[in-house]
Design a protein around this ligand. Sequence first.
Ligand code: 5GP
Ligand code: MG
Length: 183
Amino acid sequence: MEDHIDEILIPRQSIAARVYEMAGQIAADLRRDADGEPQVAILAVLTGSLIFLADLIRQMPLMMRIRLLAVSSYRGRTTAPGELLIDRAMLGDLRDQHVLIVDDVLDSGATLTAVQQTVFAQCPASLRTCVLLRKDTVAAQTVRADYVGFDIPDKFVVGYGLDHDGHYRNLPDIVTLRPEVLA
Ligand code: 5GP
Ligand code: MG
C-alpha cells in the first residue's frame, strides 16, 4: 500500500496539530452561542469523515450526540439525475440543537449544500459546517464552510479516512496516489 503513494500532501503531525486547533475553536464558539451548556448534535457525513470525526470530537469536552449520515447520489426514476439522497431518519430531532456538520472534502459543494438544506428545515438553534479539506475550485468557494482544516489544490487525495475504491482510508497521512494506481 505504501508504494502506491505518489506524494505526501499533509503529514500526520500537521493534521493532528490543525485538528487540535479546530476542536478548540469550535468548542469555544459553541459554548459562546448557547446560554449555558449547549445541546450539541454532530452530524458526520459517511464514510470519509470517520477518522477526522474521531479525532475532532475527542478534543471537544462538551455534551454531544453523534449521528452518522449516509448521503448517496442516486439516479432513479423518481429523482433527478445526480440528486442527493439523505436518510432523514438518521438526522433525529434537531429542533433547538446546536448542529455541527462534519465532512471530509468540500469539492463541488453538492453534498454540503444538500445536508445544510435538510438540517435547516428542522429548525436547529444554530448550524455550523466543518470540513477537513477544501479543494481549490470555484465551486468550493461558493459554499459556506465555517471551519476549514486545509485548503488544498484540486488533486485527488486519499488517506486519513478518504478512499479510492474503498481502499487507503487507513493511511495516516493525506496523500496523492501514483497515476498507474488511479488508472
Ligand atoms: P462534493 O459534493 O463537494 O463535490 O463532493 C464531496 C465528496 O466527494 C467528498 O465528501 C468526498 O467523499 C468526495 N471527494 C471529493 N474530492 C475527493 C478527493 O480528492 N478524494 C476522495 N477520496 N474523495 C473526494
Ligand atoms: Mg463525502
